[in-house]
Design a protein around this ligand. Structure first.
Ligand code: ADP
Ligand code: MG
Length: 694
């Protein structure tokens, strides 16, 4: 949960990575040694990456209940914690197959009687009795019928703590809160998690054992203790990153052998061949690239800019300077389509300048390929544009001077390692459309200089609206009108099927599709989702593309790869279920080429907090501003408090800039006095060495 940079970009690595940390520092205790964990539960835990007692102890709460600040019933649609007494037996009502609810009458501290409702939890019938005192966490349904829909609850009799904060864990089927609470407690008594720091440093810097922080993250007495524990854990995690960045800084003062002349002439010649003028932002990035390329040490630069901000032409200028100076350059993209796109853009301009360009991918024919290899080997000045095929060991050349990598985080680990080896002694230019907040890039791209492009050359004209439930009809009328006039509409839902989550009935892709067929002619609407086989999916997307289908209902599969140029309306259903970055990517699917477009956020379950987030999203068009906002609003201290999204990626808390700075100071202190090479053994360090470039 606290390994921010991995989570942000390589979320897939997250668990295995966290686990390696443990494996390295401890000999492990089996889960079967913990009372209450039978083979079935152990199997479940293992399938979620929790393999040992140590993993269990490092499985931190997703949030906490503050039992002191409980509330009473109110029909305000807000999530809250209510303390109440049960005054009737639980009644189980069956609505349809796989859908029941359990219900009982409760009395809150204002002596108000309301109905508490649990969906699909029939076992509650035996767990809750009249006169029990419950802490109920949830919100009132918006039916105004005195219902409180419970997300999770605690029975006061069964709470085994005197403390004001109670941890809430992400649960798994068959491994609920109480099992997790009990088994983590047992595990904590039996094992010790070692600090990354040697004992003498730990004592000097922190005055307390790492184990205490681990204990306090599970059982914090109050908010203050919780935030100290979190900070300490973050510092342990971030320290190897700081070491890594420091090492890169020291290395990159190396001199390079290539030297370029006539930068301005070549740059000017390219500009003359462009059908447009560079924007001021593009011009200032070129200035930065120029300084890097003309300096004595290797360029190590990342250009960050949303899709469509015009990064390609900047890379092209750098490549042209390189090739015109009789070196070789390479542009590597993660997919064939992207690589082809670059090749098509670059070829006519380079050829006008009399420069040679090759395309190289897995589909390049053998004879063509050997011709390219020969050019490289004999040092013919040229640009190679391609996919990972460019990383083949068969390529030999000592003329390579510049490597451009597009969307590097989309390459697999092995390819990234190859890229690093390629980049040694070369000038390196990376392009990325993945918005990372400033403070995170500081950590993630520690040794790399960053250029930003904030605005596209042709401003996007997408109007984003938050649509409350009582305005939904107006929205559909508007959309209907637009469709009559040639519009195409994406409708994006968070889930394919209904989930047993109270508040989202009718909002899954399947259900929403059915709903839309009552509003629009059936043949207008198609449903696409990840469970379709790829042929059917391609057909549906083609129908949408050529206009047979007007409304495409889908899950987020349209986030990647699908490029439908004239789609101009997107309806985001339950947008509060998505991260802002995802919403931004989705919104980017419409309004291409400066065309006017609309984005509707159709939200029925907005907490105040999600409303604020959406409002920010609606009023900002830069992916970077949005990433920054998301980071700030969910940054420091945000593990405390309610997280209604319930989705794992929404629960991560990111290391704050303050913690990063604090860790940096600690590093400076200890690196003066001690040998910091113990940090080299940390898996974080190794991990970074495998993905960064120097
Ligand atoms: P990305 O940053 O996503 O790689 P591209 O480099 O593909 O963006 O540029 C997107 C489009 O914008 C291209 O069609 C490109 O020709 C065009 N473009 C780039 N710079 C400018 C500019 N200064 N003025 C107008 N159009 C531009
Ligand atoms: Mg691009």
């Amino acid at each position: 949960m606290y390994i921010i940079y991995v989570v942000y970009i390589y979320d897939l690595f997250y668990l295995s990575f966290a686990l390696t940390c443990v494996l390295l520092y401890n000999h492990c205790m089996e889960l079967s040694e913990i009372k209450g964990l039978g083979s079935k539960r152990i199997e479940t835990l293992k399938s979620h990456g929790i393999n040992t007692a140590e993993d269990l102890v490092l499985f931190f709460p997703k949030s906490y209940y503050d039992l002191d600040s409980n509330d009473t019933f109110k029909e305000d649609g807000k999530y809250k914690l209510i303390k109440a007494t049960v005054i009737s037996d639980i009644k189980v009502v069956r609505i349809r197959k796989n859908f029941t609810y359990s219900m009982c009458d409760c009395l809150d501290l204002n002596n108000h009687i309301f109905k508490a409702i649990w969906y699909n939890q029939t076992y509650l019938k035996n767990a809750i009795k009249v006169d029990d005192t419950l802490y109920l966490f949830g919100k009132n349904s918006n039916t105004k019928r005195n219902y409180f829909v419970v997300s999770t609850y605690k029975n006061k009799n069964k709470i085994d703590t005197e403390n004001g904060l109670i941890p809430i864990y992400k649960t798994f089927s068959g491994v609920g809160q109480s099992v997790l609470l009990a088994s983590i407690k047992t595990a904590l008594e039996k094992i010790i998690i070692q600090s990354i720091f040697p004992k003498d440093i730990e004592n000097e810097i922190f005055h307390s054992q790492y184990q205490n922080s681990i204990y306090n993250i599970h059982y914090p007495e109050n908010e203050k203790i919780l935030s100290l524990a979190k900070e300490r854990i973050d510092i342990e995690k971030i320290m190897p990153v700081i070491k890594f960045n420091d090492d890169i800084k020291n290395k990159s003062s190396q001199k390079k052998s290539q030297n370029y002349t006539n930068f301005d002439e070549i740059y000017g010649e390219i500009c003359q061949n462009l059908p447009y003028k560079l924007t001021n932002e593009q011009i200032s990035v070129i200035e930065e690239i120029k300084n890097d390329m003309l300096s004595n040490s290797s360029m190590n630069r990342l250009i960050q800019g949303d899709v469509g901000t015009g990064k390609t032409v900047l890379a092209l200028i750098a490549c042209a300077v390189c090739v015109k100076n009789n070196y070789q350059a390479m542009v590597v993209a993660p997919t064939e389509i992207l690589a082809q796109q670059h090749y098509k853009t670059m070829k006519p301009i380079l050829e006008k300048l009399g420069l040679k360009i090759h395309f190289l991918s897995g589909s390049t024919k053998a004879n063509e390929r050997s011709y390219i290899y020969a050019d490289l080997k004999f040092g013919v000045p040229c640009l190679i544009v391609g996919t990972q095929a460019c990383l083949s060991d068969e390529i030999e050349s000592d003329k390579f001077a510049l490597l451009v990598i597009d969307e590097q985080h989309r390459f697999g680990v092995n390819q990234r390692t190859k890229l690093i080896n390629k980049a040694k002694n070369m000038d390196l230019l990376m392009l990325s459309a993945t918005p990372i907040p400033r403070s995170l890039s500081l950590v993630y791209y520690g040794g790399v200089e960053i250029s930003k492009i904030n605005n596209p050359p042709l401003p996007k004209r997408i109007q984003t609206n938050i649509v409350p439930q009582n305005k939904e009809d107006d929205m559909w009328k508007f959309i209907s009108n637009k469709i009559e006039n040639g519009s195409k509409v994406f409708v994006v839902c968070a889930n394919i099927d209904e989930v047993d989550d109270d508040t989202y009935f009718g909002l899954s892709a399947n259900e929403f599709y059915k709903f839309l067929t009552t509003k629009f002619p059936k043949e207008w609407i198609k449903l696409a989702h990840g469970k379709l086989d790829s042929k059917d999916e391609a057909k549906i997307i083609k129908d949408f593309s050529d206009g047979t289908c007007k409304i495409l209902v889908s899950t987020t599969i349209i986030e990647v790869g699908v490029d439908i140029k004239d789609a101009d309306i997107i309806v985001l259903v339950s947008p509060e279920k998505f991260g802002l970055a995802t919403l931004h990517q989705l919104r980017g699917r419409v309004g291409r080429h400066g065309k006017e477009a609309f984005c509707f956020c159709m939200s029925r379950n907005l907490s105040e907090q999600s409303y604020e987030r959406l409002k920010f999203f609606a009023s900002h068009s830069s992916g970077f501003d949005i990433a920054e906002y998301d980071f700030k609003s969910r940054g420091a201290g945000s593990i405390y408090g309610t997280k209604q999204h319930g989705r794992i990626e929404d629960i991560f808390s990111y290391i704050s800039l303050e913690t990063y700075e604090k860790a940096k100071k600690i590093y400076e202190i200890i690196s003066k006095k001690y040998d910091t090479s113990f940090l080299l053994d940390a898996p974080e360090y190794e991990f970074l060495s495998n993905i960064s470039f120097n």
